[in-house]
Ligand binder design. Structure first.
Ligand code: PMP
Length: 360
């Protein structure tokens, strides 16, 4: 039986092959006599799962040797606090670019620890665009520069890495990591909650340049200290073992699919097809500046918002699930992460076309 297409923004669809493998191995992982959920995180079996996952992630993203990779808990939200706690160092101010709901959350949290300089904001344009680079008021003494490469709620994505000189670049890659090739060497720190392109919720990946470690605020709890976590190889306490294992299966799947170059081309095709369908229709509209439209999250509104509920009900009937926009903005949103096949996007386009014909 084929599964419906799930357009959830996160937790999101996982590759079916990954779910099948997890199912086959659920009660007895490779003859160990136990499920991965039941294993000691310090035993040989799990250690091999953990190190293979890290090696595959390093290979996929071509992560340089002088970067540490951490598999943590607490979601991207914990990183909103851990970043300033660990990277403020002797400085007092930090630069943040405000391009959407997740930037705002990161800013609010950083304010607990530092003077936050908002270098630029597109809030007055309802976060439908990214302020021009020329307008950014960067602080030369900033401890780091933080931005959100993909705003999951607004459907706004940077199409290139911003240049901020020598200030360490920190980015919340939660909703776009692994969606295309990335030059990790341009960053001081990258973090991402797993529940979109990596695996199940409960796991957070952090990639940090080694020279930034070891200068956390004096009161930083050990569990939030990147240096402590690095020394303990992400096992200062019990890590989210099952989520880490599933992430490892996803990394293998990505390699089997041909790696990030191939995945990136597929994601671009999927997104362009959907935006073209929206732009060619008088019934649907996407409000985002076309230069910055996200390949991962595609929000759209209906010309007749009173039909939102009907649209969602009929979509569900057609096997197209979780298309409601974020509760803060309404409308619709199709999240088309790596695991959403091209057929899923085509099925959505066909349904949208048919719906517009009948109700437009
Ligand atoms: N940042 C971004 C860009 C997100 O999309 C999300 C979750 N949707 C978060 C942060 C918050 O992540 P978490 O729930 O893992 O804390």
């Amino acid at each position: 039986m084929s599964r419906p297409f799930n357009f959830s923004a996160g937790p999101a669809v996982l590759p079916e092959a990954v779910l099948e493998q997890a199912k086959a191995e659920l009660t007895d992982w490779q003859g160990s006599g136990m499920s991965v959920m039941e294993m000691s995180h310090r035993g040989q079996a799990f250690m091999s799962i953990a190190s293979e996952a890290e090696a595959n992630l390093r290979e996929l993203l071509n992560i340089p040797k002088h970067y540490q990779v951490l598999f943590l808990q607490g979601g991207a939200s914990a990183q909103f606090a851990m970043v300033p706690m660990n990277l403020l160092r002797e400085k007092t101010s930090v630069d943040y670019l405000n391009t959407g709901s997740w930037s705002k959350k990161a800013i609010a949290e950083a304010k607990r620890f530092a003077e936050v300089n908002i270098v630029a904001s597109s809030e007055s344009q309802q976060f439908t665009t990214i302020p021009d680079r020329d307008s950014w008021q960067c602080h030369p003494q900033a401890a780091y520069f933080h931005y959100t490469p993909n705003e999951t709620i607004q459907g706004l994505e940077f199409q290139s890495i911003p240049d901020v000189g020598d200030v360490p670049l920190v980015a919340d890659f939660s909703s776009t990591i692994l969606s295309r090739p990335l030059d990790v060497s341009k960053f001081g720190l990258i973090y991402a909650g797993a529940q979109k392109n990596i695996g199940p919720a409960g796991l957070t990946v952090v990639i940090v340049r080694e020279d930034l470690l070891g200068k956390s605020l004096p009161n930083t709890p050990a569990i939030f200290n990147y240096e402590t976590l690095t020394k303990a190889e992400s096992m200062y306490n019990t890590p989210p073992t099952f989520a880490w294992y599933i992430a490892g299966l996803v990394f293998k799947w990505l390699k089997n699919e041909g790696g990030l170059e191939v995945i990136g081309q597929r994601n671009q095709r999927k997104a362009e097809k959907l935006y073209t369908a929206i732009d060619n229709s008088a019934f649907y509209r996407n409000p985002v500046d076309p230069r910055y439209r996200s390949w991962m999250n595609v929000p759209f509104i209906l010309a007749k918002p009173e039909l939102d509920k009907t649209f969602l009900a009929e979509a569900k009937e057609a096997g197209l699930l979780t298309l409601a926009g974020h509760r803060s903005v309404g409308g619709m949103r199709a999240s088309i992460y790596n695991a959403m096949p091209e057929e899923g996007v085509q099925a959505l386009i066909d349904f949208m076309h048919d719906f517009a014909q009948r109700y437009g």
